[in-house]
Design a protein around this ligand. Structure first.
Ligand code: ATP
Ligand code: MG
Length: 304
């Protein structure tokens, strides 16, 4: 059965790498053969401008989409990825779908506030299009307002990017408690997909210490993939490109491809892609998709 993975990338701390992670993990998943939609839920519109989407291109926004006034597909913009990608010697075009943000999200907060069922608007809007995608990623703003609550209600995973910097852990406990409250009161399907250590600089004692504390406190909740500090990750938005289209040989591209693979792998593990039946190890049907993605990865490697 098709199951769409819906994931919110959230941390109420600003500048930790949420938007960078949504764009590049999304692009990584697209390279691995998945149909990906990324949704800009931040009124600052960083994700929208990251991908070079200009206001004249935007007809319907995420606010229209959430209010349910429009056919949800009208809000989706398809962006070709410029990463070169080959399957069986033939180049195959890649694209990612985006729902852009708008300043209207600020007004949407007050509209939601006075509406019944105010945390369910995004979930209802997504339900109309989810079968078109394998992964839907939400880029949240650095706040825990109603739009963010809508993301946590529409998602089945929440990923928390954590910058390996001073004070990173201080607000983390509070955030996790808040998410656990949402799990109990609002969305029983929600699980924490993992913490993503970002902007790691192995030369800095502080970076290493923060990573160590994250491992100590959160164990398996910390994803294995560490996103290193890499200047090209900060440069790519100026060119309107994801990291694979901008610098496919960079550490940033390698790290985000690993992250996309790890996220796919964790999903696979959670869905019991293998089982042992009467002593025989059996891969279920979804496994074939993952195996094909592995083959695609080899092709991707050969292009780098
Ligand atoms: N691994 C990295 N290496 C170098 N720079 C990075 C890295 N990750 C993110 N950055 C840069 O750090 C800044 C903050 O990143 P980003 O915008 O992704 O964070 P955010 O959590 O979405 O911020 P906000 O809370 O404002 O939405 C950006 O300038 C981005 O280019
Ligand atoms: Mg952001």
């Amino acid at each position: 059965m098709h199951r769409t993975e819906t994931a919110a990338f959230l941390n109420q701390k600003g500048g930790v790498g949420k938007t960078t992670s949504v764009v590049n993990t999304g692009a990584g998943l697209a390279i691995l053969g998945k149909r990906v939609l990324i949704v800009d839920l931040d009124p600052q519109g960083h994700l929208t401008s990251f991908l070079g989407i200009e206001s004249k291109e935007i007809d319907k926004t995420v606010a229209d989409f959430m209010r349910g006034y429009i056919d949800p597909r009208q809000a989706i913009i398809s962006r070709p990825l410029k990463a070169r990608f080959c399957i069986d010697g033939e180049e195959s075009p890649l694209s990612i779908s985006v729902i852009p943000s708008s300043p209207g999200l600020v007004e949407l907060e007050s509209f939601l506030f006075s509406s019944p069922d105010r945390e369910s608007f995004l979930r209802k809007a997504i339900a109309k299009i989810e079968y078109d995608f394998d992964y839907i990623l939400f880029d949240c703003s650095p706040s825990l307002g109603l739009v963010t609550m809508n993301a946590l209600n529409a998602a089945n995973k929440v990923f928390i990017p954590v910058q390996t910097e001073y004070l990173a852990l201080r607000s983390l406990e509070q955030l996790i408690r808040r998410i656990e409250k949402v799990m109990v009161e609002l969305n029983n399907e929600l699980v924490i997909g993992g913490l993503i250590a970002t902007r790691f600089d192995g030369r800095k004692v502080l970076s290493r210490n923060v990573l160590e504390s994250l491992r100590e406190h959160y164990g398996a909740l910390l994803l294995n993939t560490i996103i290193r500090e890499n200047i090209v990750l900060a440069e790519s938005p100026r060119f309107g490109k994801d990291i694979f289209s901008f610098r496919p040989r960079s550490n940033g591209a390698q790290d985000y491809l690993n992250l996309a693979l790890e996220i796919m792998g964790r999903v696979a593990a959670a869905e019991n892609l293998f089982s042992v039946e009467r002593g025989v190890i059996t891969g279920n049907r979804d496994y074939r998709g993952i195996a094909e993605s592995g083959r695609m990865l080899e092709n991707y490697e050969s292009l780098r």
